[in-house]
Design a protein around this ligand. Structure first.
Ligand code: HEC
Length: 241
């Protein structure tokens, strides 16, 4: 109790100083500054339900943010917290500036650049006031995520493209699924990918064990999240959505 009373004078000094500074800046006639203080922008609230919450990332920022059409880093953003056991997340994005045209739920890297977008919507400015999005289901296990964050991001497609590709394997968009799932390997007795059986799938051996092919692929996939994504996708039976 004593310590609380002891702190009171310093708090009131801080408050007085703060107020003084506030009025001082008004007195200076700096109109832009005072406009900025009063106009805090729109607030947007959303509820997401995440399917496969176990795929919540460790190596990416899971970002809910407001963007312009041109920029691939957000004007304002918040990190999506880990979901509860049902995968539910309530989130608010505050102070969305006027120039923002769309909101995105996405993975960003350390430089705040978008790596993968799960959900995107233009901001409806026709009604004034705060925005509440209808509840939205988000699938963290999308085949397109594998295509973009594994085969494109780690440049697998630089060798596994063209008419046949290295080891007769194409990992390009539109081809990769067909060339992997239940497909014989050119280098192993195992199939490339066996749905529900990560341990029987040669693809996982190739990217995690250096001795299984003559050109080692270990270390090509640098984020553990992306390896786990492959493993989870196979374990769940290789959904193609
Ligand atoms: C620099 C070229 C190159 C890159 C990049 C590359 N690969 Fe390969 N890949 C090869 C070669 C060459 C082989 C065959 C090696 C051998 O003969 O043992 C191969 C073999 C494979 C196989 C075995 C194919 C089979 O029939 O079983 C898989 C699976 C594979 N790569 C997946 C990938 C993935 C996934 C990536 C990206 C993370 C990747 N590769 C990146 C060149 C590449």
């Amino acid at each position: 109790m004593l310590s609380v009373i002891g702190k009171l004078p310093s708090i009131s000094i801080l408050l007085t100083t703060g107020l003084f500074c506030f009025f001082a800046s008004c007195d200076s006639g700096d109109i832009h500054e005072s406009e900025y203080i009063h106009d805090e922008g729109v607030t947007l609230s959303a509820t997401f339900r995440l399917n496969y919450p176990e795929l919540y990332p460790d190596n990416y920022n899971f970002t809910f943010g407001a963007f312009t059409d041109a920029e691939s880093s957000p004007l304002v953003s918040v990190n999506l917290p880990r979901p509860d056991d049902e995968g539910n997340i309530d989130i608010r994005l505050e102070n969305i500036p006027e120039e923002a045209t769309r909101i995105r739920l996405c993975f960003t890297d350390m430089g705040r650049q978008v790596k993968y977008t799960f959900f995107e919507q233009t901001i409806d400015r026709t009604s004034s006031g705060d925005i509440i999005l209808p509840e939205k289901e988000i699938d963290l296990l999308e085949y397109n995520r594998i295509q973009q964050l594994v085969f494109q991001q780690y440049n697998c497609v630089s060798c596994h493209q063209g008419t046949s590709g290295s080891a007769n394997l194409l990992l390009t968009e539109g081809e990769s699924y067909r060339q992997l799932v239940n497909h014989p390997s050119t280098r192993s007795e195992k199939l490339r990918v066996v749905p529900y059986e990560p341990d029987s799938s040669f693809l996982l051996d190739v990217v995690t064990q250096s001795e299984v092919i003559s050109y080692p692929h270990t270390g090509l996939i640098t984020r553990n999240d992306d390896l786990e994504l492959l493993r989870c996708w196979i374990g769940k039976g290789c959904p193609e959505n």
